[in-house]
Design a protein around this ligand. Structure first.
Ligand code: AMP
Length: 417
């Protein structure tokens, strides 16, 4: 059994530090704890899955209860005995025990099968562009990783450029991750080398509980592998499709987390530009994780004029291909709030793309009955035609509809769900 000291060192080697997120406005998550507890909390905070992660019925249950859950830990911690005479609870499991009890499910051999059939080697400039390895990153280099360093578990999904698997590091503390493969030749064929590089560069420097963490990356001849934080409850979009729409309470909790995460991203000069339910994942405790930085842009002080993102979420300035700023994400937050509550985005028009554009330009916003006055106020303040008129994120975080549902003792949005 590994000692707590060695577990801690290996977490550090994985570059999983328990430093406070750089969002300086965020209060400290925890007061100082014994190191063993710190390690367990650290693993929880950064997406440690538990054995229930592979059971769909339990997952379902977790999903339905997530909005009420106030326990930030997925690790089964025991409540201390309150009165004398009761049997004292055993100490919480240490990190190594927790890791070893996790079930990553069965590997289907898909990586090897796929690698035989799919993709080709790339050469020249493209090969150099895509020789991505976090061990040689300028900022916070990690240890060197290869595919042999992981036990591979169940498939989590298929993306455009390859599969995603649940994996566990072979080295202690046997950390659970989502390993995403990207085929280099397909990236080159799609002419998105720069975009992928940018996505990786942006994501590897971000540290926020509601932003999917990228722990490291490496490559072989044909593929790039991304070591991503495991989002135990999968896609938010799936939940939205399943339930049709969310309650005001659940929506408010998500929007609180979104506003906090976006405000962190903007403080780092990162504009996401493609906020939509499909790009959001859920952690084991149902906490929201912004993923997919494919369209985000690192724009210290400059403004962009490219048309990108999803039609229904485009703000007027992007429809008109005007310059745009981080306020495009404010607009998208308004669209997202509406879609969570209503089940479809506010300017959707299935007849034609042009009709949708027209409705966006006219801010043709109609609220169905049943929405509270508070949420209508928030959505209307975010969906303003002029970017400078949109409600700033600091005010979103103080809006009555957000504050109303925020659990007591949680001054800003993200730690409690
Ligand atoms: P992507 O290539 O990012 O579109 O991922 C394909 C699918 O894999 C997604 O739709 C998710 O269902 C799943 N997936 C991707 N990343 C993760 C993650 N970090 N944790 C859990 N599931 C994931």
């Amino acid at each position: 059994m590994a000692t707590v000291g060695s577990v801690t060192r290996q977490i550090a080697a994985l570059e999983l530090s328990n430093k406070k997120p750089t969002n300086s406005a965020r209060p400290p998550l925890h007061s100082k704890q014994p190191s063993q507890t710190n390690v367990a909390r650290l693993l929880t905070k950064y997406a440690s899955p538990n054995a229930t992660a592979t059971s769909s019925s339990t997952k379902q249950k977790a999903a339905t209860t997530s909005s009420n859950a106030t326990q930030p830990s997925a690790i089964p911690t025991k409540t201390p005995a309150k009165t004398q005479g009761q049997t004292p609870s055993p100490p919480p499991p240490n990190a190594a025990e927790v890791m070893q009890s996790m079930d990553i499910g069965n590997y289907d051999g898909g990586l090897e099968k796929e690698n035989e059939k799919r993709g080709e080697k790339v050469y020249g400039e493209a090969a150099k562009d895509l020789a991505l390895d976090s061990s040689s990153a300028r900022k916070s280099p990690t240890r060197e990783w290869t595919l042999h360093d992981f036990d591979i578990g169940r498939p989590l999904g298929k993306g455009k450029f390859g599969r995603v698997y649940m994996v566990r590091t072979k080295c202690e503390p046997k950390y659970i991750l989502a390993l995403k493969t990207l085929y280099k030749s397909e990236i080159v064929a799609g002419k998105v080398e720069k975009q992928i590089r940018r996505e990786i560069e942006i994501q590897q420097n971000l540290r926020h509980p509601n932003v999917l963490r990228l722990y490291g990356y490496f490559h072989d001849e044909k593929r790039i592998f991304l070591m991503l934080e495991f989002a135990g409850q999968g896609e938010l979009y799936r939940q939205l499709s399943k339930y049709g729409c969310f309650s005001e309470k659940r929506s408010s909790r998500y929007i609180d987390q979104m506003a906090d995460a976006l405000s962190y991203l903007h403080s780092k000069h990162v504009i996401h530009r493609d906020i939509k339910p499909e790009n959001l994942l859920l952690g084991l405790n149902g906490e929201l994780k912004i993923a997919d930085f494919g369209w985000s842009v690192h724009a210290p002080g400059n403004r962009r004029m490219t048309l990108c993102g999803t039609l229904d979420y485009l703000p007027p300035e992007m429809v008109e291909r005007k310059e745009h700023s981080e306020k495009v994400d404010y607009w998208a937050l308004g669209v997202l709030t509406y879609e969570f509550l209503v089940g479809n985005p506010p300017f959707e028009d299935r007849r034609s793309v042009n009709n949708t554009y027209r409705r966006i330009m006219a801010v043709d916003l109609k609220f169905p009955s049943g929405m509270s006055a508070e949420v209508k106020d928030l959505v209307a303040k975010l969906l303003q035609h002029e970017p400078q008129d949109r409600l700033p994120l600091t005010q979103v975080l103080q809006h009555p509809w957000i504050v109303k549902y925020r659990p007591k003792g949680c001054p800003r949005g993200s730690q409690v769900y």
